[in-house]
Design a protein around this ligand. Structure first.
Ligand code: AMP
Ligand code: MG
Length: 293
């Protein structure tokens, strides 16, 4: 199923995760859809081995020391990203959150798969994180095709998330790895997660070009771009099609890349066509509103 681009619920030592191919935007879009997670909330990427660290991130010596010390284990590092990670996984940010799970079942799956897995908690957005296969069933039954039961989770709370700065560590989410453990490596402070977790910000990844949302877009002036869901693009100087087959998952997977290309086109205005707010469409629209804010 993972090789086919589908999500699978897997046990980790913290909570159950909903995992999918982290290098595929379409596979990762399934996670957002099943969880009803806003596209502004980035996913944590789980590595098969530490060798992958510098293939998807740009780790400083401090970050490498932390990884070698705490991995596999419940510590997530927020680091500058490489281009190999799709925008949908990082919510369009220039950082990526990474960890390596210590759970033997998760490890066996991710190593056999041979590539990183994106895996946020396997609950519907905003609900309590699942610590057993039965919890996942009650959260996501009918939305996903497979839950791998590895027994109850050891930690039962989510990983510690730290933003690794040049010489300090910013705790974005407290967790099983404690402040005292981290302080052995660098000074620790608690910053507002809003600085790097865009979910809490009103405006995020707004293109530099002005963007408005319209249900029936019409070009205004010669340098108007269109982010299209169903329109032909006639009369617009540049059009990006979110999905030619009217597939909302495909639209979600294409959203950030399409917006980026329009933003780089030297336009006066980008008009985003309103999408149906069903399924993942609501998340896409929420994201577009942030871009327009
Ligand atoms: P979950 O896996 O559902 O517990 O959620 C993952 C958490 O990691 C969310 O709170 C995200 O905001 C946070 N996160 C993931 N990637 C980043 C990032 N690049 N910067 C800051 N926070 C992140
Ligand atoms: Mg969660």
């Amino acid at each position: 199923m993972l090789r086919g681009g589908l999500p699978v619920a897997l046990p980790t030592e913290t909570v159950y995760g909903l995992a999918a191919d982290a290098l595929s935007p379409e596979a990762s879009a399934h996670i957002f859809e099943a969880k009803e997670r806003p596209l502004s909330d980035p996913l944590i990427v789980h590595l098969p081995s530490i060798d992958w660290l510098s293939r998807i991130a740009v780790p400083s010596p401090l970050a490498i020391t932390l990884a070698e010390t705490f991995w596999p284990g419940p510590l997530t590092l927020v680091l500058p990203r490489q281009a190999s990670i799709p925008d949908i996984v990082t919510a369009g940010q220039d950082t990526v959150a990474i960890r390596m799970s210590a759970h033997p079942v998760f490890q066996e799956v991710v190593q056999t798969f041979g590539k990183p897995l994106a895996a946020p908690s396997a609950n519907r957005f905003g609900r309590i994180s699942p610590t057993s296969a039965a919890h996942v069933m009650s959260e996501l039954e009918g939305r996903i095709g497979l839950i791998l039961d590895g027994g109850p989770c050891i930690h039962g709370i989510e990983s510690t998330i730290i933003h690794v700065l040049e010489d300090r560590l910013q705790v974005l989410r407290p967790g099983p790895i404690t402040e005292a453990e981290l302080r052995a490596f660098a000074p620790v402070f608690y910053g507002p997660a809003g600085v790097t977790a865009p979910g809490g910000l009103k405006s995020h990844y707004a293109p530099r070009t002005k963007l408005v949302i319209e249900q029936k877009p019409r070009p205004r002036g010669p340098r108007t771009g269109l982010l299209s869901w169903s329109q032909s693009g006639e009369g617009f100087s540049q059009t990006e099609f979110l999905s030619r087959s009217n597939d909302l998952r495909e639209a979600a997977a294409n959203l950030y890349g399409s917006m980026r290309r329009l933003d780089e086109a030297g336009l006066d205005l980008i008009i985003a066509e309103g999408l149906p707010e069903s399924g993942i469409g609501a998340a896409i629209m929420e994201r577009l509103r942030k871009a327009a804010a």
